[in-house]
Unconditional design. Structure first.
Length: 284
């Protein structure tokens, strides 16, 4: 996971593999992950290095339906010399190796064949290694998550249950917050001042830095073509200089200040925190 200070921190791993601690080879092609001892899934089954290998085998299998490589296509092999150790050999250097399993692991014992991933019972009745486990799922209404009795951190989580309500109407969401019927609302879509006044002191909007960005894409296909997937180039927008000129002509400051005052700086298409996000884009 990533801490509030932006540093990587291990969760299921005993430590983060680095060159200094021997977890990463000198050529950066071999990474050794060591799991914490006595890890268990929410059903009480042990979580082992075989689950790490299985996760790679599933998500790198084209028959699974997975559309995100996430670096799994860079892996040559995974060896599991013991239940707590997974040795990953890469075909080429993966600079984002610490994020290799950022979306979690798949329990080998509770899933199935990669080609049937879309039909796994696990999709609606997941076995988890996190602090909570799904106990009830009513489509279109709510998801109930109860405390995982096998969570690796003693005494945690502090809550016994979390209920996620599906409420499409943002007005109803705000009303629930104002009346104390809900404790958390995600992405209310208002500025802090407006939101805080709407909920009448029952809650406050917390604003934190993020990497979310919204884009408007140019259509590179030929105009008036019945085929939306027609090959470029567009006779006008196909010229990079035209696209750059349009981008430079947009008054980003006015848009940002009118829509979400003071929330985000007008920098570039790359959100804060991305690699070289602050590079200047001079007028061509």
């Amino acid at each position: 996971t990533v801490t509030s200070s932006g540093e990587f921190a291990p969760v299921l791993a005993a430590e983060l593999p680095t060159v200094d601690n021997g977890g990463v080879s000198a050529d950066f092609l071999t990474v050794t992950w060591t799991l914490r001892p006595d890890l268990m899934w929410s059903d009480g089954e042990p979580l082992t290095s075989e689950d790490i290998k299985f996760t790679w085998e599933v998500l790198s299998n084209p028959d699974s339906g997975n559309v995100l490589s996430l670096g799994f296509d860079l892996i040559e092999n995974i060896e599991t010399p013991d239940p707590q150790t997974a040795v990953i050999t890469y075909k080429s250097v993966n600079q984002a190796y610490l994020q290799q399993f950022m979306f979690g692991l798949l329990p080998k014992h509770a899933t199935g064949e990669p080609a049937q991933m879309a039909e796994w019972d696990w999709n609606r009745n997941p076995v988890s290694a996190g602090p909570f486990v799904v106990s009830e799922w009513t489509a279109g209404d709510s998801i109930v998550m109860d405390r995982n009795p096998h969570y690796y951190l003693d005494g945690q989580p502090y809550l016994d249950r979390i209920i996620f309500k599906v409420v499409p109407d943002t007005g109803v969401q705000v009303a629930m917050m104002a009346q104390g019927e809900a404790q958390v609302q995600l992405w209310p879509g208002e500025t802090k001042e407006v939101y805080d006044s709407q909920v009448a002191g029952q809650a406050t909007l917390a604003e934190v830095p993020g990497q979310w960005n919204m884009n408007i894409y140019f259509n590179h296909s030929r105009p008036f073509d019945d085929d939306p997937g027609a090959e470029p180039p567009h006779p006008v927008l196909g010229d990079l200089r035209v696209r750059q000129a349009i981008a430079h002509a947009i008054d980003y400051d006015t848009i940002i200040n009118d829509i979400s005052p003071g929330v985000t700086p007008a920098t570039s298409p790359f959100a804060y925190g991305w690699y070289q996000c602050d590079l200047a884009r001079p007028y061509p």
